[in-house]
Ligand binder design. Sequence first.
Ligand code: NDP
Length: 246
Amino acid sequence: MTGLTNKVVFITGGSRGIGAAIANRFAAEGAKVIFTYAKSTHRAKEQEEKLKAFGVNAKAIQVDSADAVALQTAISDTTDQFGPIDILVNNAGICPSGDFSDITLTDFDEIMDINVKAVFAASHAVVKNMAEGGRIISIGSNLADIAVSGDTILYSMSKSALQGFTKGLARALGPKKITVNLVQPGPIDTDMNPADAPLADFLRSRMALPEYGTGDDIAGLVAFLASDEGKYITGSTLTIDGGMNA
Ligand code: NDP
């Protein structure tokens, strides 16, 4: 893909799973990759070394997306160190599940802070210095459009919020030639949603291609959107779910 070499990429939640796959893909394309993580310092350091092995600048930053101010400070520090961010990937997210009657207001605040408020906070912070041709790509979920059970209500609610945000921000930033898009994965084999979990066979039974995707599947689409080839795509929601929502 063209146009990614030396770009400054900031990814939230890049120590594991989909975020790590996206980080690897951008490093392989020659971009500078800065990623955040919340808790897994050892894995984050390993991931940072893995990215540097591609011969690019890379940095892991421990910052909890639940702390919007700290996230914005991390973006400001990154800009000071590496220059303006060209590509923001809002990836970090949590997916708690359980009975509706057991959900507390604290649970509500936690998921909205991480899955929604952090996306706004990070996007708001990068736009200040983002140049023409910039990209904002958020990772939503196919569960924004369907409910396969009643156990992930807040998760679906949080990911639906990203659809409205993406459309509005795409229009706001169009004049600056910055694109804004939403990628909605279906079941992807990660710690969040292992392909051998008890629920996995049920999810496979709902799919046109009855198999889990990989982080690399998502990374390929994200890299395409960020590349020169993706420059005319904005305000779009792209579902990549093995046909689960078909
Ligand atoms: P994982 O749980 O496997 O990995 C999550 C990553 O995000 C880790 O790097 C983790 O860091 C980081 N993270 C989690 N919470 C925070 C936080 N509060 N602050 C900063 N970083 C945080 O998740 P996935 O890779 O599966 O999911 C990534 C995104 O894709 C999420 O937004 C998820 O909702 C979405 N998604 C995933 C699907 C799936 O089937 N896997 C399907 C649809 C959407 P640390 O290692 O420190 O914990």
